[in-house]
Design a protein around this ligand. Structure first.
Ligand SMILES: CC(C)(COP(=O)(O)OP(=O)(O)OC[C@H]1O[C@@H](n2cnc3c(N)ncnc32)[C@H](O)[C@@H]1OP(=O)(O)O)[C@@H](O)C(=O)NCCC(=O)NCCS
Length: 170
């Protein structure tokens, strides 16, 4: 995957990113969304990112095709949670297991390093060995498992919570 570049997200990436996400919506419980994301919802998602600040997004692209992204999001709308962000990462199925998750998260966390972030939060529907390994590799520590809080495909799913010190650890 040396021919893959990592760069900031652009408007022209939106359809490819939506297609990747909707694959996981339709086929897996990795996301507990149960309805495919439409164009309007995708645009709102894209508009939440900026080149500075707590909420940023980077994509991986190969030969002009976008094959994944890593992003940071608001954790909770209440102002007291301002210094906590959620991170998110999705690769196209054919692009997993080749080090791209590491490259995307490294770029995202480097970009966030100077921001006023105290904790990063990752929520992982279990089991997901690749996601757990990636988050542990980037310093996320297990903060508990919420048993059967998710329901999709006619069954309940445990969600693991993971926390990492942010841009300005104590
Ligand atoms: C989770 C995901 C982003 C990880 O990215 P990736 O490019 O596949 O992972 P990498 O190749 O960068 O590997 C990162 C680490 O995970 C480990 N890993 C990767 N796939 C693994 C697997 N299937 N089982 C166990 N460990 C795995 C690697 O060994 C590596 O650990 P190390 O650096 O300590 O050796 C990617 O697999 C993906 O997009 N999966 C589907 C969507 C998803 O699960 N998103 C996360 C939602 S919480």
């Amino acid at each position: 995957m040396t021919d893959v570049i990592i760069r900031r997200v652009e408007q022209g990436d939106l359809q490819a990113l939506t297609d990747i996400y909707n694959h996981y919506v339709r086929e897996t419980a990795i996301t507990l969304d149960t309805v495919a994301r439409d164009a309007a919802a995708s645009q709102i998602w894209l508009d939440s990112f900026a080149a500075t600040g707590r909420y940023q997004c980077f994509v991986a692209a190969k030969a002009g095709a976008v094959i994944g992204w890593a992003s940071s999001h608001r954790y909770n709308p209440r102002a007291g949670y301002d210094a906590t962000v959620m991170s998110s990462i999705y690769l196209a199925p054919h692009a997993t297991g080749q080090g791209l998750g590491r490259r995307l998260y490294q770029t995202l966390f480097d970009a966030l390093a100077g921001e006023d972030i105290h904790r990063m939060f990752g929520g992982i529907t279990l089991p997901n060995a690749a996601s757990v390994a990636l988050h542990r590799a980037f310093g996320f520590e297990p903060a508990g498992i919420y048993p059967e809080v998710g329901r999709k495909f006619g069954r309940f799913w445990d969600v693991g919570t993971y926390l990492r010190c942010g841009g300005n650890p104590p």
